[in-house]
Design a protein around this ligand. Structure first.
Ligand code: PNW
Length: 486
C-alpha cells in the first residue's frame, strides 16, 4: 500500500540521516478544529443562525458554492472524532463552541439544553480518554441576530460576548481548565469587516477592521477579568487567546526594509498583542501615529483607529495567562509609501507584502513552506514580550486530495525542527497544535483546500474519515516524542 511504502521510505531516510532530537517533557501535543468548520447540524434542534450560515448560503461567497450545513457531521459523529484523537495519541484537543448552538438568539436569556448536551458529551468523552480539552470560546461564528445589531462594531458586544463566555464557564468550567477567548482577531476584523472575504463581509476597508478590533480587545479583556475574578478561584484554570502571525522578513538588507518589516509585525501581530502583552499597553505607537496622520490628511476629523482611555489601557493590559499563537507561513516585506484619499489598511501599514516564488507552495495561495520563519517568529515574541509562556495553537499545511500526503509530512517535519530550534534558543513553548484533526470547511475556500491529518470524504453522506500518511507520522512523533534532525 502506498502509505506504508511512504512511511518505510521516510524511516529509511531518517535512519540514514541519523540524529534524533527529543522534545522536552514540558511540551504537550494536540490537534485543533473549529465548530463551524466541522460540526454541521446547522439547524439541528434549536440552534440559531450564525454569520457563516448566512454568508455561505448567499451565492458567490464560497469558492465551490459549498457551506458548512453538514461539514464533517461532527454534531452526530463526535464519538468517532474522539476515537481518532485516541488513535493519534494527542495530549489535548482544541475545539470551539458554536455561540448560536448554545444561545440560539445570541443572548443568554435562552440557553439550548441540546447545545449544552452536545459539548458536555464531547468533553466527557475526552476526559474519559485522558485527553485535555482546550476550548476556544469564539472561532468566527457570531449569531446572526447580533450581527444585525452591528456585530463586532457594536460597543455593547463586549457585554454580550462576556455573557456567552460566562455560560460556557458555568456549564463546562468544572472540566475545562484551558480557555481561549478568541481565535485570530486579525482575520476576524480584517477579512470580515475591512474586506469581504469572510463573514459577515462588511468590506469597510480602513475603518471597519479598526472598530471591530477595538471592541474585540475590550471583549477579550472583559471575559478575562470575569474568569480571573469569579471563576479562577473556584475552577482553577487558565485563559488567554490565540493570535495569527506569519513571520515578516525584510526583503533586502536595507534599513528601509528592516523598518518596513518591523512596522508590518506591529500592524499584524502587534495590533492585538501590544495592548495585552506589552509593558505599556495600548496599540503599537507606529499604528497610532500612522493611522492618525493618514486619517487627518484624508479629511477625517479624528483617527480611523479608535482611542482607548487610560482606564481601558490598564484594563486590557496583562489579560493573559499565556501567549497563544497560530503560525503557517512567512512573507517578505518591502517599504512602500503611497498616499491615497481612500482609507486602506495596507496603505496605513505602508509596505509591500509578497513571497519568494521559489518557496514550496501548498493548496492555499498564502501558504508557502518556510520552516525557519517559525523560529524567528517565536524569538520575536520572546524578545518583544519578556519571554512569555507560548502555546502554539495552529500549524499546518493544505493540499487538494491526497492520502499519501508526503508534502504535509515534510511541512510538519520542517516546522517541528524549527520549533525545537526556537526552544533551544530559550523560547518557552509548552504546547504545539496541528491544524487540523481532519479535512474540513475551509471558510471562503469551501472544501477545495484540505488541512487534515484524517481524510474526509465530503461526497459520502456518512462523511467517513481515514488516516492519511501524515496522521501516522504525527502519531509516531507523539509516541517517540522525538524527530530526526532536518
Ligand atoms: C486559520 N493567512 O486561519 C484559522 O484559525 C482556521 O480556522 C483555518 O482553517 C486555518 O487557519 C487555515 O486557513 C487563517 O492569510 C486564515 O495568513 C488566513 C491566514 C492564516 C490563518
Amino acid at each position: 500500500m502506498a502509505i506504508t511504502k511512504t512511511i518505510s521510505l521516510l524511516c529509511l531516510i531518517f535512519a540514514v540521516r541519523g540524529e534524533v532530537r527529543r522534545f522536552p517533557d514540558t511540551l504537550s501535543f494536540g490537534v485543533a478544529t473549529a465548530s463551524y468548520q466541522i460540526e454541521g447540524g446547522w439547524n439541528a434542534s434549536d440552534k440559531g443562525e450564525n454569520i457563516w450560515d448566512r454568508f455561505s448560503h448567499q451565492p458567490n461567497t464560497i469558492k465551490d458554492g459549498s457551506n458548512g450545513d453538514v461539514a464533517c457531521d461532527s454534531y452526530n459523529q463526535h464519538k468517532r472524532d474522539v476515537e481518532m484523537l485516541k488513535e493519534l495519541g494527542v495530549d489535548f484537543y482544541r475545539f470551539s463552541i458554536s455561540w448560536s448552538r448554545i444561545l440560539p438568539d445570541g443572548f443568554s436569556n435562552k440557553i439550548s439544553q441540546d447545545g449544552i448536551a452536545y459539548y458536555d458529551s464531547l468533553i466527557n468523552d475526552l476526559i474519559a480518554a485522558n485527553i485535555t480539552p482546550f476550548v476556544t470560546i469564539y472561532h468566527w461564528d457570531l449569531p446572526q441576530r447580533l450581527q444585525d445589531l452591528g456585530g463586532w462594531t457594536n460597543p455593547l458586544i463586549a457585554d454580550y460576548y462576556t455573557d456567552f463566555a460566562e455560560v460556557a464557564f458555568e456549564a463546562f468550567g468544572d472540566r475545562v481548565k484551558n480557555w481561549l477567548t478568541f481565535n485570530e482577531p486579525w482575520v476576524v476584523c480584517l477579512q470580515g469587516y475591512g474586506q469581504h472575504a469572510k463573514a459577515p463581509g462588511v468590506g469597510m476597508n480602513g475603518i471597519g477592521e479598526y472598530i471591530c478590533g477595538h471592541n474585540l480587545l475590550k471583549s477579550h479583556a472583559k471575559a478575562y477579568h470575569l474568569y480571573d475574578d469569579v471563576y479562577r478561584p473556584i475552577q482553577m484554570g487558565r485563559i488567554g487567546w490565540t493570535l495569527s502571525s506569519n513571520w515578516l522578513e525584510p526583503a533586502t538588507q536595507s534599513a528601509a526594509d528592516a523598518e518596513a518589516a518591523d512596522r508590518a509585525m506591529q500592524f499584524n501581530l502587534g495590533w492585538f498583542s501590544h495592548a495585552v502583552f506589552s509593558r505599556e499597553g495600548d496599540y503599537p505607537q507606529v499604528m497610532r501615529d500612522r493611522i492618525a496622520n493618514k486619517s487627518l490628511a484624508q479629511g477625517y476629523p479624528r483617527s480611523r483607529l479608535p482611542e482607548f482611555t487610560p482606564e481601558e489601557i490598564a484594563y486590557i493590559k496583562g489579560t493573559f495567562d499565556f501567549f497563544g499563537v497560530n503560525h503557517y507561513s512567512t512573507n517578505l516585506i518591502k517599504m512602500l509609501e503611497t498616499t491615497s484619499i481612500a482609507p486602506d489598511f495596507f496603505l496605513d501599514m505602508g509596505v509591500l507584502v509578497f513571497q519568494n516564488p521559489t518557496w514550496p507552495g501548498s493548496a492555499s495561495s498564502w501558504l508557502k513552506v518556510v520552516p525557519w520563519g517559525f523560529r524567528k517568529l517565536l524569538n520575536w515574541i520572546k524578545e518583544s514580550y519578556n519571554n512569555p509562556e507560548i502555546l502554539v495553537f495552529e500549524n499546518g499545511f493544505s493540499d487538494r486530495d491526497n492520502m499519501d500526503d508526503v508534502d504535509r509530512i515534510s511541512y510538519y517535519h520542517g516546522y517541528l525542527n524549527s520549533l525545537l530550534d526556537a526552544i533551544e534558543d530559550g523560547c518557552n513553548v509548552t504546547a504545539y497544535t496541528a491544524w487540523s484533526l481532519m479535512d474540513n470547511f475551509e471558510w471562503d475556500e469551501g472544501y477545495t483546500e484540505r488541512f487534515g491529518l484524517y481524510y474526509v470524504d465530503f461526497n459520502d453522506p456518512r462523511r467517513p474519515r481515514k488516516p492519511k500518511a501524515s496522521a501516522l507520522y504525527y502519531k509516531s512523533t507523539l509516541e517517540t516524542r522525538s524527530i530526526e534532525r532536518d
